[in-house]
Design a protein around this ligand. Structure first.
Ligand code: AMP
Length: 456
């Protein structure tokens, strides 16, 4: 959970206006309808997170927004709440007909389901709220029935929605608010044309809210085609906002050694629940089977599993019937279970950005978490790329009796400088030391948002 991030309103090549730093410290000061406030209170939240404090008033004022926010920062409520408020205020009579009045696009099925749950939580006081989701990998029948009539909110992955749109089975002419969640991820997954086609089927007069870990060139380009004079809201990047997650690296001599280290880690009684990441679906299956044979309450989760089974597995995790989930990257994105105390990278991610998303499965909702990475000497390039991306040295540790033959294969030579400026080399740096990051220019001269903690 990102509670402390200062709002940085910056300008770059994108012609956008910054959102000024809010001085609110309570949900009640954000301008939300009392019905939504009572739903937020029932959910147990009193203080908005930084991204909520900045984005909610700007969205309520009707602006298009480009918001950069970290995983676990509370961004879902930052778009669900103002959207529900707009739908409540405009009223159904202004927009009769078929199809949704708000459309939320998200990259994965899991994230879509998480957003659907958030709509139900925050919309519990919205009388007659109709929410549906349209995601790939599940039978068409129920989804087709769900989108046939009038809807308030539709949550969708772009591929399946475009299928239905092209088949004339879904109508987007009533859309008042379009949200692109994890837009960077959707672009990485090759959804850009789908998103543009979907947006083109919605009214031009809509409000568009874009959320992304970064607001770099590609995102800015997408935004320039879809948004009208967007305000830019920058909250700390995922790289900088994970101070509640402790990271650790164990070097292993090979798979057998890695398995022993994993056994030892999983024997730790301080684990409430753990997600173990593998690089492939096959590894996820294999590892889950062998951990089950060792007596762990464990299940696999990967994109090759039928959606029904994936949903059941996530429910079991949430209900704490599983202590260990062995997952691949795509399947695990969007997992939001605050009782996950440990993330273990058994296989490294293919994309370095996924490292940040993986470790963000722990340390959620204001808690602390431990992220342990297991690497073999052949992984040292990748470890260095992760460290350059996160600008952080992952401290190396060893377990007694399980020391590797090579204590630290990644430490020489030093990581090269990053694009755009020289970075200090790793030689002589302390384990866990942060590389210095170039200062981001602040153009609003605003004071940072007061630091808050959600752990009560
Ligand atoms: P998100 O970034 O939207 O995935 O949210 C991350 C987690 O923070 C979820 O478990 C939310 O339920 C929780 N959360 C959202 N808003 C708040 C808040 N204002 N205070 C505390 N927790 C929150």
């Amino acid at each position: 959970m990102d509670q402390a991030a200062p709002i940085v309103a910056s300008s770059d090549e994108t012609p956008v206006s910054p959102v000024s730093t809010p001085s609110v410290s309570l949900f009640a000061e954000l301008g939300l309808d009392p019905r939504l406030l009572s739903a937020v209170t029932s959910a147990g939240y009193t203080d908005p997170t930084a991204v909520q404090a900045a984005a909610i008033p700007a969205a309520l004022a009707g602006h298009d927004l480009m918001v950069s926010s970290a995983t676990g920062s509370g961004k879902t409520a930052a778009f669900v709440l103002p959207t529900l408020q707009r739908l409540m205020q405009n009223g159904e009579r202004n927009a009769p007909g078929r199809g949704p009045r708000a459309l939320f696009l998200s990259p994965t099925r899991e994230l879509s389901l998480q957003i659907t749950r958030a709509c139900e939580t925050y919309g519990r006081t919205f009388k007659g709220l109709r929410v549906a989701s349209v995601v790939g990998g599940v039978p068409y029948g129920a989804q087709l029935r769900a989108v046939r009539g009038a809807l308030d909110v539709l949550i969708a992955t772009p591929g399946r929605l475009l299928d239905l749109l092209q088949g004339g089975q879904v109508h987007l002419a009533r859309v008042e608010v379009l949200v692109l969640d994890e837009a960077d991820r959707m672009l990485d997954m090759g959804f850009i044309e789908d998103i543009e086609a979907i947006a083109a089927a919605t009214p031009r007069a809509r409000q568009t809210l874009l959320f992304s870990a970064t607001l770099d060139g590609k995102i800015a380009q997408l935004a320039s085609g879809l948004m009208r004079e967007p305000r830019r809201v920058e909250v700390e990047s995922p790289i900088e906002s994970r101070s509640n997650i402790t990271e650790r690296l164990h070097w292993a001599d090979g798979r057998a050694h890695k398995d022993k280290i994993l056994d030892r880690l999983l024997a730790d009684p301080s684990i409430d629940q753990a997600v173990v990441f593998t690089s492939t679906q096959h590894d996820a299956e294999r590892l889950a089977e062998s951990l089950q044979a060792d007596g762990h309450a464990v299940s696999a989760l990967h994109g090759g599993m039928p959606q029904g089974q994936r949903t059941r597995t996530l429910t079991a995790l949430r209900q704490r019937r599983l202590r260990v989930l062995v997952a691949t990257d795509v399947a695990a994105r969007g997992i939001d279970v605050p009782t996950i105390t440990h993330v273990i990278n058994y296989g490294l991610p293919i994309n370095v950005e996924d490292y940040v998303h993986r470790i963000g499965r722990t340390g959620r909702a204001g808690r602390t978490g431990l992220a342990v990475t297991l690497a073999e000497s052949g992984d040292s390039q990748k470890i260095r790329r992760i460290e350059r991306y996160t600008a952080t040295r992952i401290p190396v540790e060893t377990l007694e009796g399980l020391e590797p033959r090579r204590p630290d294969p990644s430490r020489s030579p030093a990581p090269p400088a990053r694009r755009g400026g020289k970075r200090p080399t790793s030689a002589g740096a302390k384990p866990g030391a942060r590389f210095e990051r170039p200062q981001t220019a602040r153009h609003d001269g605003a004071a940072p948002v007061r630091k808050r903690s959600f752990a009560r």
